[in-house]
Design a protein around this ligand. Structure first.
Ligand code: GLA
Length: 387
């Protein structure tokens, strides 16, 4: 068994004198389609082999006991008194709250959890925290929710107590991921396809800037508002319903004077990114990785210049790849303002690349770069083990 899973199992059984059920809930990568999930766009995420591990069991009372190993913090609350509090507690309590809002008959439980996703790295530790607990409660109390229903529940949970108005991508990938596959998800109706991820001698490498600018969640909601504001104007002028109905960003030039510059720029980015993601999916199916990589660079440019969710550290890491023939695509990944870049790199050049980039990054920002060679994995599931 994985060492984190054994550790939480041990701590759980020492603390509560019973054997728990164990669950693994993955983080995600996203190949392309950034900041379009809440704009009816398409995204291409995959679940990965890093995530959050849970040990959970019913306790026959109305008390919920949590131990967050990575914060070394215990917390208890009566199930009838669930409310917004702060920090990691909001993520787990908000999930419990969503079950209660659905009138699911859940009761007290004990829960120990820990993970190997660095916080703020843009690999969606929050969806992993939400998804693991939601999946466990659904199993423990026989609530009968499907994986897609659980993904939606977790998205509502993130909107509610943590107040991050996220799209559905992270929670969907967390529940629906499949090893060796990426998802092409239509965020308008949740239709999805799996594509085998065939990288032919290339690998996906995440480079963690190790910075997470504190404005991230507030700015995330601001981007969402800008898009809503812009879309309302486009709807009134262009006879369209959603950004995806616009087949060229040039079509919105006639609306430029009606919008604040930052709103216009966000609309332009979203229209381009939706078209880009559709194109990227075609290229991946045709095994045109070079073409795919070019689109990743274009996404980064848009996120940095138009959508304005990058930061100097992310821009620097992408720039470092530009003159390196072993890297075919690089861009910031996730919400932005720090976290990771995602890179497609020739397998035999990875070691040298990480070393060189790490040195340059240290020199420029006085920060140690972290690199993860990523493997895809399955969505949240129970870890079945024998004693
Ligand atoms: C965060 C959100 C997602 C998505 C990405 C940006 O990870 O949780 O819903 O919007 O940012 O693509």
């Amino acid at each position: 068994m994985n060492s984190i899973a054994s550790r939480i199992q041990k701590i759980f059984s020492e603390s509560f004198s019973v054997q728990p059920q164990l669950f693994f809930s993955p983080g995600r990568i996203n190949l392309i389609g950034e900041h379009v999930d809440y704009n009816d766009g398409f995204v291409m995420p995959a679940a990965i082999n890093k995530g959050v591990y849970y040990a959970v069991a019913q306790n026959g009372t109305d008390e919920c006991h949590f131990y967050a190993i990575d914060f070394d913090e215990w917390f208890s609350i009566n199930i009838h008194e669930i409310k917004k509090i702060n920090s990691w507690k909001n993520y787990v309590l908000s999930v419990v709250n969503e079950f209660l809002l659905l009138k699911k008959s859940i009761k007290g439980f004990n829960c120990v959890f820990s993970g190997d996703i660095p916080r703020g790295s843009g690999i969606s530790s929050s969806a992993a925290v939400e998804g693991g607990l939601a999946f466990a409660l659904n199993e423990l109390f026989n609530c009968g929710l499907s994986r897609v229903e659980l993904a939606r529940l977790c998205q509502r949970a993130e909107h509610n107590f943590p107040n991050v108005k996220c799209g559905i991508m992270d929670q969907f990938a967390n529940m629906m991921g499949k090893k060796d596959n990426v998802l092409l998800l239509d965020c308008k109706n949740l239709e999805h396809q799996y594509f085998p991820l065939q990288l032919d001698g290339y690998k996906i490498v995440l480079l963690n800037t190790k910075v997470h600018h504190s404005l991230a969640s507030g700015e995330y909601n601001v981007r969402r508002q800008r898009c809503e504001e812009g879309l309302a104007i486009l709807q009134s002028k262009l006879n369209i319903q959603s950004f995806r109905d616009i087949y060229s960003a040039e079509r919105i030039i006639s609306c430029k004077d009606e919008m604040k510059k930052e709103v216009y720029d966000c609309c332009q980015y979203v229209i381009e990114e939706i078209l880009r993601t559709k194109k990227a999916a075609e290229l991946l199916q045709q095994h045109d990785l070079i073409g795919f990589g070019k689109l990743m660079y274009a996404t980064h440019e848009g996120l940095s210049k138009l959508y304005q969710v990058s930061c100097p550290e992310l821009d620097f890491l992408v720039e470092q790849t530009l003159d390196n023939v072993a890297v075919i695509g690089s861009r910031m990944m996730g919400g932005g303002f720090g976290g990771c870049t995602i890179n497609i790199i020739a397998a035999d050049a990875i070691e040298g690349f990480i070393e060189k980039t790490g040195k340059a990054y240290l020199q420029k920002f006085n920060l140690e770069l972290e690199a993860y060679i990523t493997e895809t994995g399955d969505g949240t599931s129970e870890i079945l083990f024998t004693n």
